[in-house]
Design a protein around this ligand. Structure first.
Ligand code: ZN
Length: 187
């Protein structure tokens, strides 16, 4: 659980450290607002994605399941600034499929933790492998990092793409290529 008192104290300290007046009208309630905000944007720590995925259905069909354009917002662990974009997931089932909304929930839980995009991509793929034991998985994340666009190198609109593949999608180059095209094509 999130320690509200600590977050609010930290927010107040940052406000003071940049030379602002923490007591002025506009800033007076800001630490409390930040505390409540962190409760929401860091909610992933108290949730278990494998639990979400564990309500699956039996399926004897092994045609791929593809879910594209799952919007997510996360926070980079290096700057604690937002990065946001789309997640695309594909898996080839081996007897188990999950409801489409569960994939989005899984993405959201990992996004609501301090992350780097590479880890988030791998964690989603590993979680799917672990819970559904599919024949293969591919996860592609495309995101804009505000730590790169509003500061530092300042390249607005640049996107970072990360890819994780597992099982036969990783082992078979032709399959990997086909899924990458499916997940990154604009339709
Ligand atoms: Zn960053």
């Amino acid at each position: 659980m999130i320690d509200q008192e600590k977050i609010q104290e930290a927010a107040r300290l940052i406000i003071e450290a940049i030379g602002e007046d923490a007591e002025r009208e506009g800033l007076k309630c800001t630490p409390a607002r930040i505390g409540r905000m962190y409760e929401e944007i860091m909610a992933g720590y108290s949730q278990d994605p494998s639990e979400i995925l564990s309500t699956f259905f039996a399926a004897d069909d092994d045609s791929p399941v593809i879910e594209k354009d799952i919007t997510f917002y996360s926070m980079c662990e290096h700057h604690m600034l937002p990065y946001f974009g789309k997640a695309h997931i594909a898996y080839i089932p081996d007897g188990k499929v999950v409801g489409i909304s569960k994939l989005a929930r899984c993405v959201e839980i990992y996004a609501r933790r301090l992350q780097i995009q590479e880890h988030m991509t791998a964690q989603i793929a590993d979680c799917l492998m672990e819970v559904l034991s599919p024949k293969g998985v591919m996860v592609v994340l495309e995101a804009e990092h505000t730590c790169m666009t509003m500061r530092g190198v300042k390249k607005p609109g640049s996107r970072t793409v990360t890819i994780a593949s597992r099982g036969i999608i990783r082992d078979d180059e032709v399959l990997q290529d086909r899924f990458l095209k499916l997940l990154t094509s604009r339709s």
